[in-house]
Design a protein around this ligand. Structure first.
Ligand code: FE
Ligand code: FE
Length: 234
């Protein structure tokens, strides 16, 4: 196991990169199941493209470590273990297909936001430390994560409405497991502006705080406009 003491920003840079490396490797294993579970062809594609990208993202981190003369292995990302475990739990639910799709989007966006926070930070650290090539490489991944997040938001705008229709019709079916109204409202929330706008603010501020640590000004302004669209309002 590589020495993991955090005595310098350099240590933190490699520590966070190792975390991302493990996180991406976990995703390579987890994404196929999410794709299989997705009902909407559009959503399936939204999992298949990131799967291809994720393999490349793993390779990019290896490339960065080669440049540093170090190895990327040796850390396990517990946060990603938790996010993947939660996604797996969803797959075991007896869910309406449209509601499950909406739930998969939530799970995927939690993953994307975790990665965006991590990549934003390592890009900032790398820039301060003068690793311009590494930053260029990592920025490519950051851009992919942001695009995926935006795409998921777009898909959610359609699928959440379907999920809400499903909820309405299953309501007359009396009791269905996944029609827990408060949960569906909050998670799926494509109607009810005031409710979703508070969700939106929360998503936005978490993005902004990751910006503070994690991105250039240019990325920051892009990201906060994305943050507004991220929380599936409109
Ligand atoms: Fe990734
Ligand atoms: Fe982690």
């Amino acid at each position: 196991m590589p020495s993991d003491s955090l005595e310098s920003l350099q240590d933190l840079f490699t520590h966070e990169l190792r975390d991302l490396y493990d996180a991406e490797n976990q995703l390579v294993k987890a994404l196929p199941a999410m794709s299989r579970a997705a009902q909407s062809p559009e959503l399936k594609r939204a999992f298949d493209t990131p799967l291809r990208e994720t393999k490349e993202q793993v390779r990019r981190i290896e490339q960065v470590f080669r440049g540093l003369g170090e190895k990327p292995s040796g850390k396990s990302c517990k946060a990603m273990q938790g996010l993947v475990a939660e996604a797996k739990e969803l797959l075991e639910e007896d869910a309406e297909p449209a509601v499950l799709d909406a739930a998969l989007i939530v799970a995927a966006q939690k993953v994307e936001h975790y990665e965006i926070a991590g990549y934003g930070s390592v890009c900032t650290f790398g820039r301060i430390l003068g690793y311009d090539d590494a930053v260029e490489t990592l920025k490519q991944t950051m851009d992919e994560e942001e695009r995926t997040d935006e795409l998921l938001t777009q898909i959610a705008m359609e699928l959440n409405i379907e999920a809400e229709t499903t909820e309405g019709s299953s309501q007359s079916d009396s009791s269905r497991e996944m029609t827990d109204r408060p949960m569906t409202r909050t998670t799926v929330g494509s109607r009810g502006r005031s409710r979703t706008s508070s969700t939106s603010n929360r998503g936005g501020s978490s993005n902004r705080s990751s910006n503070r640590n994690g991105a250039t000004k240019k990325q920051g302004s892009r990201r906060s406009s994305r943050a507004r669209s991220t929380a599936q309002t409109r």
